[in-house]
Design a protein around this ligand. Structure first.
Ligand SMILES: Cc1cc2nc3c(=O)[nH]c(=O)nc-3n(C[C@H](O)[C@H](O)[C@H](O)COP(=O)(O)OP(=O)(O)OC[C@H]3O[C@@H](n4cnc5c(N)ncnc54)[C@H](O)[C@@H]3O)c2cc1C
Length: 434
């Protein structure tokens, strides 16, 4: 076999199919149906473990653009999803059993793919391998990876929401660092006394996401959900992440009652993280309650806060932009474990790993898609230096700004899409990438 793919989930199937379709032999190994992660239930491949929605398929959305890019690159999973789609408005939702069944058939029947069942605990660094065992990797593989990397893998997401910079009301916040130290690194959103207490009350009462048994764990002080902090006392947040000391609000000339800080997520400052707001609130509740912060009234959430079990490598340190381990160039990492977040993002990274595994076999230069594509930007994001790395999903905030300033939101998003589609087509032509 020329390549071994470990894990026949969303990323692994996409990678294996791409390699096989390019004429190379693949060994695809999955622990199912002999062993299951706590979330997997059916014996087939490409199982959607939770929602049956692959999110928006509409033009002018980041999710829709990601799917267009995958279609252009010949994704197996998106083509199968289209065959088994169920009505879901602008989203691409699927009959999950049929989806898994059809993907499994396409994989199992492929003459270049040899499927086997087994829990893989270790692998060889000297053979081309794609590791795509997902956020709930079974057995000793995480430990094997961690041993090679010399660090532990992230085992838990405690992520705060990320907001589109263009949606922040800059008339209701100010640029400053606490006590003026470190320049103007933060956007600070002041709350007055009434606003603060109303916010704390709403936060404590807001609806929380139901956690799976395997997601439950002790809460550490360092990543305490903001709603739990609010429950501990009405002033807890004011003495914690919302403490106002060291700030003067230029609008009033006084220290605010409380301050919510926003920290840039990228060098271009197109996205901001709400500092200390790791949360387990339902997404609608996040929009509603965090929207009570005046500067965030119309905030557009690029990534919602989540708290769940996850496994991912420290990609900014360990992964190169071709989806290989920097120190082990024969090992590709794909799917959620490489630090992308979401079903379709996992498929996309499987495709990237597949494309680059093929190019390795064929002695061709490896490829990183243009930064103007969602896939290219995701790879740039997850592999850029980041001391506080959390997995990232598809959104327009990770794309480089447009060359012209388009104020109309719909037109701006359409321009992102046009740019990506044009650049990807050009890139495919010049790189012989069908
Ligand atoms: C509980 C949960 C719910 C989620 N819900 C959503 C959602 O609704 N929407 C969304 O966009 N994203 C969701 N995600 C995030 C993510 O998109 C999915 O986990 C997605 O399936 C990741 O794709 P993957 O290919 O990386 O891994 P998976 O699809 O999980 O595939 C991994 C495969 O590897 C196999 N495997 C594991 N360990 C081994 C081993 N040691 N040896 C051999 N085989 C192994 C597994 O059996 C599995 O088939 C969710 C994640 C979790 C954990």
């Amino acid at each position: 076999m020329e390549v071994t793919v470990i894990g026949a989930g969303l990323a692994g199937c996409e990678a294996a199919y791409r390699i096989a379709e390019s004429g190379h032999k693949v060994a695809l190994i999955d622990c199912k149906p002999v062993a299951f992660s706590p979330a997997h239930k059916n014996g087939g491949f490409a199982e959607l473990v939770c929602s049956n929605s692959l999110k928006s398929d509409e033009y002018g959305t980041a999710g829709g653009l990601l799917k267009s890019e995958l279609r252009a690159l010949g994704s197996l999973l998106i083509s199968v999803a289209e065959k088994v789609r169920v009505p879901a408005g602008g989203a691409l939702a699927v009959d999950r059993d049929l989806f898994s069944k059809l993907v499994t058939e396409r994989i199992a029947k492929h003459p270049n793919i040899e499927v086997s069942c087994g829990t893989v605990d270790d692998y060889s660094d000297d053979e081309l391998t794609v590791i795509s065992t997902g956020p709930l990797t079974v057995g000793g593989l995480n430990a094997s990876l961690a041993r090679r990397l010399g660090t532990s893998l992230g085992f838990y997401d405690a992520a705060a929401p990320v907001i589109d910079a263009a949606s922040i009301d800059t008339t209701k916040c100010f640029v400053a660092s606490r006590y003026g130290k470190g320049g103007g690194d933060y956007l600070n959103c002041p709350l007055d006394k009434d606003g603060y207490y109303a916010f704390v009350k709403a936060l404590g009462a807001a609806e929380r996401a139901k956690q799976h048994e395997f997601d439950k764990r002790e809460i550490f002080e360092g990543c305490m959900p903001v709603e739990i902090m609010a429950e501990r006392g009405e002033d807890t947040l004011r003495f914690g992440p919302l403490r106002p000391v060291g700030f003067i609000d230029p609008a009033t000339g006084k220290r605010p009652f409380a301050v919510v800080q926003l920290r840039a997520e990228n060098a271009e400052k197109t996205m901001y993280n709400i500092v200390g707001f790791q949360t387990n609130l339902k997404f609608a509740a996040q929009r509603e309650v965090f929207g009570m912060i005046p500067a965030l009234k119309n905030a557009e959430f690029l990534r919602y806060g989540v708290m769940h079990r996850n496994t991912y490598i420290d990609s900014p340190r360990e992964l190169d932009c071709f989806s290989r381990l920097r120190n082990f160039p024969k090992t590709f990492i794909a799917g959620q474990i490489c630090g992308v977040e979401g079903y379709v993002e996992s498929m996309a990274s499987g495709l990237v790993a597949g494309i680059n595994a093929v190019r390795t076999l064929e002695d061709k230069p490896l490829v990183l898609l243009p930064e103007t594509t969602v896939i290219g930007s995701l790879y740039r994001y997850i592999t850029a230096p980041n001391a506080d790395f959390q997995p990232m999903n598809a959104n327009f905030g990770i794309l480089p700004p447009l060359s012209e300033n388009i104020r109309d939101k719909a037109k701006r998003k359409a321009a992102y899409c046009e740019r990506s589609i044009r650049d990807l087509a050009e890139f495919q032509k010049t790189n012989d990438l069908i």
